[in-house]
Design a binder for this molecule. Sequence first.
Ligand SMILES: O=C[C@H](O)[C@H](O)[C@H](O)COP(=O)(O)O
Length: 219
Amino acid sequence: MSDQGKRLAAEAALEYVEEDAYVGVGTGSTVNLFIDALADMRDRIAGAVSSSEASTQRLRDRGIDVIDLNSAGRLPVYVDGADEANRFLQLIKGGGGALTREKIVASASDRFVCVADDGKMVDVLGAFPLPVEVIPMARSTVARELVRLGGRPELREGFTTDNGNVILDVHGLSITEPIKLEQTLNNIPGVVTNGIFALRPADLLLLGSDSGVRRLKAE
Ligand SMILES: O=C[C@H](O)[C@H](O)[C@H](O)COP(=O)(O)O
């Protein structure tokens, strides 16, 4: 894992931020670097719509105005990280537990710019345990259904999402049909959403390494 790669990718995303508009902001260590870089152009943007309490705090600490998505309308650009990405720019997200708000803000944005270090690129999604956000009372029923689908769900101990829910991290999935699995999991009663971003993949992937940034579009 390359911190320099994360930083270069995060800084490269600045060129896609539109002036005088609100920018959608994801969550995680790579996005934290993006927020730090965004602070240098805070006077040229209207502000941000955030996908987590943690990002909201960091944005405000750096003098960037944060508004509610309901007050914002469509966003030109959403910038967020990923836990895994494939060549179709389908992603696994939610390692930090912010997947639901991230998926909502991504869906409200015209362009999704994903920022990641090059260690996140995979042939087949699923080596990273798939986060699934679940309403607490449905934890056991959802877990049994995930086992039936071939996964090994583990409760993320001591963790509650910004929405007051729990996360099941599902091990052992080889996700060869991301769109289908995203839909199947979201149809389980009690699932709020899952960390597959395939129905709405990224539009652009900025993949950082020690030697620079590769810009990938979906194949
Ligand atoms: O819930 C967290 C998010 O989906 C993050 O974007 C993802 O976990 C990647 O985080 P990081 O940039 O720290 O690797």
